[in-house]
Design a protein around this ligand. Structure first.
Ligand SMILES: NC(=O)c1ccc[n+]([C@@H]2O[C@H](COP(=O)([O-])OP(=O)(O)OC[C@H]3O[C@@H](n4cnc5c(N)ncnc54)[C@H](OP(=O)(O)O)[C@@H]3O)[C@@H](O)[C@H]2O)c1
Length: 319
């Protein structure tokens, strides 16, 4: 089996989980890590057990033994970092949100297409077996006609500074709204209208609390609530006229509770150590097959998400 060799651009916190997932994946290996500061790179690579270290992102991109670059920088830098990598002919797995605008996201996909290299937005929730199992139930009509989806995300007291900086791409809609959108799109495979949002903005102008509503082409209603301001349960629920499924922590879920009309409830269970492993397996498989895009987390889907998020953010935070 061809080993897919990952290089990580930056010392982000999320890299810890990503490296564990790659190590658990089928034929994936993290071979190098770079930081804008060599000292940081050395320290992080030691923590993560990565042998090749670079003191600049540019140097990482010159490494011929790196097949794919993982971009986990702050949201506002995804565009320029992914672009640098694509221009060097490297495949890219870019953390969500892919960029902060529809134009930038489209530009990256055009560049990837032009260079014939793989580019995908990292939306791990789409690849989870729980998501796929629920999608299958929906497809088989087990829930009857699906009528609505409900999402609740509570992440009280976000501890990292750039979340509160608008220029850095902070705020809930950029951070977590894209999980909700990619998840709903995967479950329903339907066109979604632009939707509406209301937000509670913090002093720095980012959305600390947000309600969202959408309608799909067939009339399914989708409602979301996200908050950093209070405690609460995080879950999604999909309801049809014959039953309902609830997925706690849907973006990293191992379980779903199925309640069909007139039947005992049932639990779907998919235990796993590192939930990012499924998206990594998908990237590994795409690269082995020489694909330049994912058919699951497709360019069209990422571009639509970027359009929706941009429209909604502009609606509640115009400048
Ligand atoms: N999929 C998931 O489960 C998941 C979970 C959490 C976060 N995320 C995403 O992962 C990304 C990273 O999140 P995180 O919380 O891990 O971030 P973080 O710890 O704050 O790290 C961000 C990294 O960005 C790099 N960076 C590059 N240019 C920068 C600049 N101009 N200013 C500041 N930092 C810069 C830094 O690396 P160097 O200084 O070493 O160069 C830094 O370590 C975000 O896009 C987030 O949305 C995904």
């Amino acid at each position: 089996m061809q080993i897919i060799r990952y290089g990580i651009m930056g010392t982000a916190k999320i890299a810890t989980r990503f490296v564990s997932a790659v190590r658990d994946s089928e034929g994936g290996e993290v071979v190098a890590l770079a930081s804008r500061e060599e000292g940081k790179a050395l320290q992080r690579a030691k923590e993560l057990g990565i042998s090749r270290v670079y003191g600049s992102y540019e140097a990482l991109l010159e490494d011929p033994e790196v097949d794919v670059i993982y971009v986990p920088s702050i949201n506002a830098m995804h565009y320029s970092h992914a672009k640098m990598a694509l221009e060097k002919g490297k495949a890219v797995l870019c953390e969500k949100p892919m960029t902060l605008s529809a134009r930038e996201t489209a530009e990256l996909f055009h560049l990837a297409e032009h260079r014939g290299v793989f580019l995908m937005e990292a939306q791990k929730c789409v690849f989870l077996p729980v998501t796929q199992a629920v999608k299958e139930l929906v497809g088989r009509g087990t829930l009857g006609t699906v009528r609505h989806l409900e999402y609740n995300i509570a992440i009280p007291h976000v501890g990292f500074q750039w979340f509160y900086e608008k220029k850095a791409g902070g705020g809930l809609l950029q951070g977590n709204g894209t999980y909700l959108l990619s998840h709903a799109m995967e479950l329903l495979e339907e066109e979604m209208e632009d939707g509406q949002a209301l937000a509670t903005l913090g002093d720095t102008g980012v959305d600390l609390q947000c309600t969202l509503q959408f309608r799909t082409a067939s009339g399914v209603l989708i409602r979301g609530f996200m908050t950093t301001l209070t405690e609460g349960n995080s879950y999604m629920r999909i309801t049809g006229d014959q039953g309902m499924v609830e997925i706690p922590d849907f973006w990293k879920a191992r379980e779903a509770k199925v309640q069909l009309r007139g039947k005992e409830s049932d639990t779907l269970s998919f235990p796993v150590d590192h939930e990012m492993v499924y998206e990594v397996n998908h990237v590994n498989a795409c690269l082995r097959q020489g694909k330049a895009k994912s058919e699951v987390m497709s360019p069209e889907r990422s571009m639509r998400i970027a359009e929706i998020v941009e429209t909604l953010i502009t609606s509640f935070s115009p400048e």
